[in-house]
Write a protein that binds this ligand. Structure first.
Ligand code: TXA
Ligand code: MG
Length: 351
């Protein structure tokens, strides 16, 4: 299949191009498109065949449900059986935006889209190209992150082209994603809202609106060791993984620096190509084949923004081992560490 690449300026959305992409979705085809979190691989959420095609293009297990993207509040009611008041309050504050909410689904949502579940994940993205495309497609676009299953999510069109060119009808290129990590997922099907995936909208922001909020025990650091399974099926797979083995070193800054350098030196003596992920504050202390500075820990949005791109670049640079500092920052630390721990298969060295 030939994949058409369409450049659309997010500050001056070309309606004719959007209409063309919308027609592809209406007819059951697949279009990768930008959102403020990561790029999405879109298909018509109400067509079982479109969802099947999404799983096939990504190589994703079909029991891993897709998020249904909407652009207008009136499109929520037809796909969910009820919306609790607390969810409406949260939507008023954070929709459109990097927030996904889970509700019980109606029959309008095919089981192919919900991965066989009776619930459905819904998000209203704020990216102008995403919103325009969803409207042009008829209101409901199922979209997982636009990466091959198991690879880091895509934060620009080059990443998407690498993973999905030849497998889908169209890729819309609108430059870099703003946030760079996937949306926060909150489950409203239990008595108390539960965070299933941490993201830009963090626990403090959610608590301020919702009061009591729980965190799915399956996504906490120790869960993997204790065998607790996350509720979001997609959070169970090893994911975001670079080809090289990745290990995280956590502890007091000075000790982390010396341990990472020791480990990198030892690997280099064995003839391995070494990579290190560090911050502005520490990058200058390291010697390795590739040192990536993700940004200052005082601006952890930058670290979040660069994380997936850095993991992909290590693949391009053919490193054999990667050592990363832990980024336990207050604002986005939980979201960053959730992705980093998955990329590392939960291998952490405490110093
Ligand atoms: O930011 C995002 O959310 C991006 C952009 C494209 O919107 N999308 C995204 O989709 O990250 P995906 O498919 O890569 O991740 C969706 C996650 C998976 O872990 C999936 O298992 C979970 O959401 N999920 C979807 N529906 C669910 C449901 N009904 N119950 C529990 N988990 C669900
Ligand atoms: Mg994904």
């Amino acid at each position: 299949m030939e994949t058409e690449i369409l450049i659309i300026d997010k500050n001056a959305v070309d309606e004719e191009k959007i209409a063309r992409a919308g027609r592809i979705l209406q007819n059951g085809g697949l279009v990768a498109f930008p959102t403020e979190t990561v790029y999405g691989l879109g298909g018509n959420a109400l067509l079982p065949d479109a969802s099947r095609k999404i799983y096939a293009a990504k190589g994703r297990p079909s029991d891993n449900p897709l998020i249904v993207h909407i652009a207008d509040m009136e499109h929520l009611r037809p796909i969910v059986t009820e919306v609790p008041q607390s969810a409406i309050r949260l939507a008023e504050v954070y929709w459109p935006g990097p927030l996904t909410m889970i509700f019980n689904k109606t029959d309008l949502v095919p089981y192919e889209t919900s991965g066989g579940l009776d619930t459905v994940a819904v998000r209203m993205p704020s990216h102008p190209v995403a919103a325009a495309l969803i409207r042009a497609a008829g209101g409901y676009v199922a979209a997982p992150s636009a990466n091959l299953s198991g690879r880091p999510s895509t934060t620009n069109a080059e990443h998407v082209i690498r993973d999905l060119s030849g497998r889908i009808d169209m890729i819309i290129d609108s430059g870099e994603s703003d946030i760079g990590l996937e949306s926060t997922i909150v489950d409203f099907t239990e008595d108390v809202p539960v965070i299933l995936r941490p993201g830009y909208i963090n626990l403090a922001m959610l608590s301020e609106v919702l009061g009591e909020v729980k965190i799915d025990p399956g996504i906490l650091d120790a869960a993997a060791e204790k065998g607790i399974r996350p509720k979001a099926p997609g959070m169970r797979y090893r994911h975001y993984a670079p080809k090289a083995g990745l290990k995280i070193v956590e502890g007091e800054r000075g000790q982390v620096i010396s341990r990472i350098q020791e480990l990198a030196d030892a690997a280099a003596r064995e003839g391995k190509r070494t990579g290190i992920m560090a911050s502005d504050e520490t990058a200058g202390y390291y010697r390795a084949d590739v040192v990536k500075d993700l940004g200052s820990v005082s601006r952890d949005e930058d670290i979040a923004h660069r994380l997936f791109d850095a993991l992909r670049q290590f693949d391009d640079e053919d490193v054999d081992v990667i050592y990363s500092e832990a980024f336990d920052t207050p604002r986005m630390g939980q979201a960053i560490m959730n992705r980093l721990l998955k990329a590392a298969g939960h291998e952490v060295i405490y110093v």
